[in-house]
Design a protein around this ligand. Sequence first.
Ligand SMILES: Nc1ncnc2c1ncn2[C@@H]1O[C@H](COP(=O)(O)OP(=O)(O)OP(=O)(O)O)[C@@H](O)[C@H]1O
Ligand SMILES: [Mg+2]
Length: 377
Amino acid sequence: MKETPFNPSGFAMDEGFTDRVDELKWLVGGARRHAKLLAYGPRRMGKSSCLLRAGEILKREHDGHVLYVDLSRYSNLVDAANALLKEADAALHGWSRWRNFLIQAMKGVTFRAGTISVGLEMKDRDKSDHVTVFLEVLDSLNTAASKRKGPLVVAIDEFQDIIRLGADRAEWALRSALQGHRSLGYFLAGSEAHLIEKMTSAQGAFFELLETKAIGPIAREEMARWIDTQFARERLKAAGVGAACCEYAGDRTRDIVDLARRTYERALSKRSADRTTVEAALEELIADKEDPFFRIWSSLPTAQQAVLQAIAAEHGRELGATAVRRRFGIKSTGESSHAANALVEKGHLQRLGRGAFVFDSPFFKRWVKGLSAADAA
Ligand SMILES: Nc1ncnc2c1ncn2[C@@H]1O[C@H](COP(=O)(O)OP(=O)(O)OP(=O)(O)O)[C@@H](O)[C@H]1O
Ligand SMILES: [Mg+2]
């Protein structure tokens, strides 16, 4: 099949990347002055893609490098340290001083079959030793950065996971490393709002250390225009398709791209698409997610199911109202707020303000709505 410009499961690259002008300016400018930056925002908004795109720009225009590690992918910090070493070696290997210099800076590092790593026996040690290894890699990169002209940045994605992976107070150890690293830039990114708020609050480890920027939705008109342009490049007739994708998929970039991709695949055979094609693609998308949605649904207590149904029926701002509670079988206001809070914790709902909630996924919302529609029929 023809390659699509819409790739909802990887990172947005090349033609698949649009907008984020301010964010990129902030990241690239920060990297050049070795700043410590935190990009935060809801899931699927495009945070990781921004960091990597800034890396492409730094490489192309400033002889710089962004070394990327996503902490959510690892079960221990030794693996994360090795992933970072691999990135660093790939980026800096052409620079002859790098390996010599690394051996001097890190005791536990070994070279085998051309690859550089920390011995896996480290994994048998305590978590506090794992933290030390990870920070040693950062220390060595800071020294490398001090000997280079172009900016060197470590991007730590889902950085709040340092708490999950590290020993007690690992986040404080990371703070002092960042504070001491005058030559190395940092891009931190994360989506767990409550943890990040805590970590950057007056009592948190990162208080007044980081420059922060919220990564919000790409403006609808921009997103719609970009989608339409991709269809036009393939000479597909697609009136209003971009706008319809944005309308049905909500404000998360990935959801919009997911719907655009399915619409595009349908359009390729018919050479055209319109609003009804987007609607058909949406039905297909939700049908494909039937299994995971049903698994989530059946794992929830009945009170949480009732709250989801009420919110799917557009009562997310008035869950406590007697009429709403009666209709959906919610016993008390206490029960509704307890259930809604639990659903926020699980990532299925987002809190808009006191007592107001919306679904995290527009697709899950439609699926839940479909359950009640089937009952009514
Ligand atoms: N600037 C962009 N232009 C076009 N598409 C984008 C852009 N940013 C993100 N996307 C789309 O959204 C998807 C998710 O992006 P990304 O993984 O960067 O988001 P994230 O906020 O890091 O998500 P997560 O919370 O799951 O880690 C990408 O695969 C891509 O399809
Ligand atoms: Mg991400």
